[in-house]
Write a protein that binds this ligand. Structure first.
Ligand code: PEP
Ligand code: MG
Length: 540
């Protein structure tokens, strides 16, 4: 038996045979061509066909994993239209008089190396994407089949790395788990694995020899067992049985109110990134949406989403939630979420830079467009608006003035809107320390523990090297949460947590005893948290 330790992307246990997945890497030969113009035409045709394939993949991915996660295929199409990429291919064909396959492979290698060497994590990650699109075009040029499927038997897929296009093409019902050597927890493939609820590990030294062998993936502890001993196999079969029984049990909690044994009611909400995630919220019986990351609407597009486009999305979300509370966070871009058409300057330290509410208060028209869409949608359900990255009372007052202006403008044109609660995210130590003052200004606080941990501990949340000391359980973070709850309650503000820590089941009881009013978690964590709530006493 071999036992290896990696990093877990998604919990759960998988037991099955390994499929060693290697890409259909093309051996591209350099050939001289007589007719350069005909070669350029071949490239254009292959590119058009590749874009067509990507559009089909996009549609499939939207169905399976939602619009925000399917975005990567739009990005791939855009990359294939990129002027620099195309110029490079044309130049190689023209100046060297060679075949299109060779020109695409060379361009793909050059661009991929260039991206890999960039400091910025976002651009670094594009290195894999540019390789992926180049391989797609080469496959069309050579008439190779698209990436082969994973067969009829359910398997644990082991690969050096997986591109999102490969992941999404695999038949979900045959996928037990993913194990890769490369990739980071923020890669698109990792995000897809989480959305598909599939156990996944990264950072494992893989071997081709494993193909066809029996294996166990323990997503809880980040372990892979190849050729497991009988006692290990028996242990994990038992664990998996318990996991399945647990899932069944949890389903019985659907429809139950989130009330502790001694009567304290907690609002158990879910986090979403797109309209497509609402189905998951309802399937897991969350009683509201505590964080709609609206920036995905902007990230999905190549130009500003219009007021009407946004209105349609917000309206549909609240209508689907049928009167349940929907907390929509205004645009939170910057740092790791970059949008080209915002044309932002390069920053040395983007996590502490021009981002979130700072952009909105600077580019007020963009902010007002979103607010108008939100207020209009509030006529169709229960909307609360939440503002990210707050550091001062002055910011909140500016925001409230702009909201009043938007409402006046809607009144002037006889457009109706509902009662809208206004709240802020508490994700900077500054906001914590003045939470007594901020509480006088707003209806609620939602604690963003992802950024609050980053800024409190001075640890970049994107930096994989620091993952082991990025500790949301640090007493400084926990004391801050208590302080925010107490200050909020003195002024009748409800207080929730919408960062990842809110779904940490080891802390659910503590949070409730600390006085938290709301927890907003990924949809799949709703029932496990309900299970704790309904079985505990606050007064214990
Ligand atoms: C947070 O910072 O905890 C949060 C919920 O926001 P995001 O993860 O989108 O920055
Ligand atoms: Mg945040």
């Amino acid at each position: 038996m071999e036992q290896l330790k990696g990093k877990s992307i998604f919990n759960g246990i998988a037991i099955g045979r390994i499929l060693f997945y290697s890409k259909n890497q093309q051996q591209v030969k350099r050939n001289k061509v007589d007719d350069v113009e005909a070669e350029l035409k071949r490239y254009e045709n292959a590119k058009a066909k590749a874009i067509e394939q990507l559009q089909e993949l996009y549609a499939k991915a939207v169905e399976e994993v939602g619009e925000a996660n399917a975005m990567i295929f739009e990005v791939h199409s855009m990359m294939l239209e990129d002027d620099d990429y195309n110029e490079s291919v044309y130049n190689i064909i023209r100046t060297e008089g060679v075949n299109a396959e060779f020109a695409v492979a060379t361009t793909g290698d050059n661009f991929s190396t260039m991206f890999a060497e960039m400091e910025d994590e976002y651009f670094k990650a594009r290195s894999v994407d540019v390789k992926d699109i180049s391989e797609r075009v080469i496959a069309v040029l050579t008439g190779a089949e698209e990436t082969e499927g994973i067969g009829e038997e359910p398997v644990i897929v082991v690969a050096e790395d997986l591109a999102p296009s490969e992941t999404v093409q695999m038949d979900k019902s045959k996928l037990l788990a993913f194990v890769t050597h490369l990739g980071s927890s923020n890669s698109h493939t990792a995000i897809l694995a989480r959305t598909m609820n599939i156990p996944a590990l990264i950072g494992i030294e893989i071997s081709k020899e494993w193909n066809g062998k029996m294996a166990i993936v323990d997503g809880k502890q980040g372990l892979l067992f190849v050729d497991p001993d009988v006692d290990v196999l028996e242990h994990y079969m038992e664990e998996r049985k318990m996991e399945e029984a647990q899932k069944e049990l949890l389903l019985q909690l659907k429809g139950q109110p989130d009330i502790t044994k001694d009567g304290k009611h907690i609002h158990l909400f879910a986090n979403i990134g797109s309209l497509a995630d609402v189905a998951n919220v309802l399937a897991n019986d969350a009683t509201g949406i505590g964080l709609f990351r609206s920036e995905f609407l902007y990230l999905e597009k190549d130009t500003y989403p219009t007021e009407d486009e946004q209105f349609q999305v917000y309206k549909t979300v609240v209508q689907n939630m049928a009167g349940k509370k929907v907390v929509i966070r205004t645009l939170d871009i910057g740092a790791d979420k970059q949008v080209d058409y915002f044309e932002m300057e390069h920053e040395e330290n983007p996590a502490m830079g021009y981002r979130a509410i700072r952009i909105c208060l600077d580019r007020v028209e963009i902010f007002k467009t979103q607010l108008r869409a939100l207020y209009r949608a509030s006529a169709f359900g229960t909307i609360s608006i939440m503002f990210p990255m707050i550091i001062s009372v002055d910011e909140v007052r500016q925001i409230k003035r702009i909201c009043d202006e938007v409402k006046r403008e809607l009144d002037d044109i006889n457009v109706s809107y509902g009662e809208v609660e206004l709240g802020i995210m508490i994700e900077t130590p500054a906001a914590v320390m003045i939470s007594d003052m901020l509480a006088k200004e707003v209806d609620f606080f939602s604690i963003g523990t992802n950024d609050l941990t980053q800024y409190t501990l001075a640890i970049d949340r994107q930096n994989a090297k620091l993952d082991n000391i990025y500790d949301s359980h640090h007493p400084a973070v926990l004391r801050m949460i208590q302080m925010v709850i107490d200050n909020g309650h003195k002024e009748n503000c409800w207080v929730g947590i919408c960062g990842e820590l809110g779904a940490d089941t080891t802390l659910t009881e503590s949070f409730i005893r600390m006085g938290i009013d709301e927890l907003s978690v990924s949809p799949s964590m709703v029932l496990p948290i309900r299970n704790i709530i309904v079985n505990m006493n606050v007064g214990e």
